[in-house]
Design a protein around this ligand. Structure first.
Ligand code: NAP
Length: 236
């Protein structure tokens, strides 16, 4: 087993947007970041930026639709470090904005695979490591889960399912002293937002770099005692 970094975080969706900014924020706060996404070049660019601020990362190119790879990742991290202090499940897909009656089954399946089933598989794979560290898991959600609208069926339904799943996991984890949170960043200037709202002026939106410190504050328990499992970014 390798020497355990004092703080170890696994971040999915680390290649861009909120996950990338969160990875950098975690590195700034002294975490060794296990950075997961499919885009190898983007992960390497993140690695450069983390090194530039004196941090360290382990790059994990992985497609979250490969559920067996998620299972293997848990085993690899267990062998290497035995525990994980923080899980940030940030990867997500919007799907296609279209009426429910027109939605292609393959698109629905991908939205549920990435937004829900991969999150469950991550929980299954990482729970022993989080328990070992009495760590924290944060799952990035969206107001769409609680505000369903026409054409947002795939995204809204998958995020609603994610929220239900995470709330169950949060209750199951209390005795193990694993903190579990949902984090809703509100509208953020990212590729996903631009895809959802192509006519919107992105300069009117907060940046991932502005959201990331709030997300990591939640992860580090600075969302206050007695708060609901769901934290909503104050500027949203
Ligand atoms: P983004 O810029 O599109 O980033 C999405 C991330 O997910 C990328 O790093 C992408 O990496 C990763 N990803 C997607 N499919 C994947 C797969 N199959 N396997 C592994 N990684 C995958 O989106 P974002 O806006 O930062 O969104 C991050 C989270 O915030 C999402 O959960 C989203 O639902 C939520 N959110 C965003 C907003 C907003 O306004 N932006 C609002 C509310 C909630 P690769 O493509 O390299 O794999």
């Amino acid at each position: 087993m390798a020497a355990l970094p004092s703080k170890l975080a696994l971040v999915t969706g680390a290649s861009r947007g909120i996950g990338r900014a969160t990875s950098l924020e975690l590195a700034k706060r002294g975490y060794h970041v296990v950075a997961l996404a499919r885009s190898i070049a983007a992960l390497e660019s993140l690695d450069d930026d983390i090194r530039a601020i004196g941090g360290a990362a382990t790059l994990t190119p992985l497609d979250l639709k490969d559920f067996y790879a998620i299972d293997r990742l848990g085993g690899v991290l267990f062998e290497r470090w035995g525990q994980v202090h923080a899980l940030v499940s940030c990867a997500g897909v919007l799907g296609v904005l279209t009426p429910v009656a027109h939605a292609r089954p393959s698109m629905m399946q991908e939205a549920f695979a990435v937004n829900v089933l991969a999150a469950q598989r991550l929980i299954r794979s990482m729970d022993p490591l989080l328990r070992a560290a009495k760590g924290t898991a944060v799952f990035v959600t969206s107001r769409a889960a609680r505000n369903p609208r026409p054409h947002w069926g795939a995204y809204a339904a998958s995020k609603a399912a994610l929220e239900a799943l995470v709330r169950c996991y949060a209750q199951e984890s209390q005795l193990a002293q694993v903190r579990v949170r949902l984090f809703d960043p509100g509208p953020v200037r990212t590729a996903m937002r631009a895809k959802a709202y192509p006519g919107e002026d992105p300069l009117g939106l907060i940046t991932p770099e502005e959201v990331a410190p709030a997300l990591v504050d939640v992860l580090e328990g600075r969302d206050g005692p007695g708060q609901d499992v769901l934290s909503v970014f104050a500027s949203a």
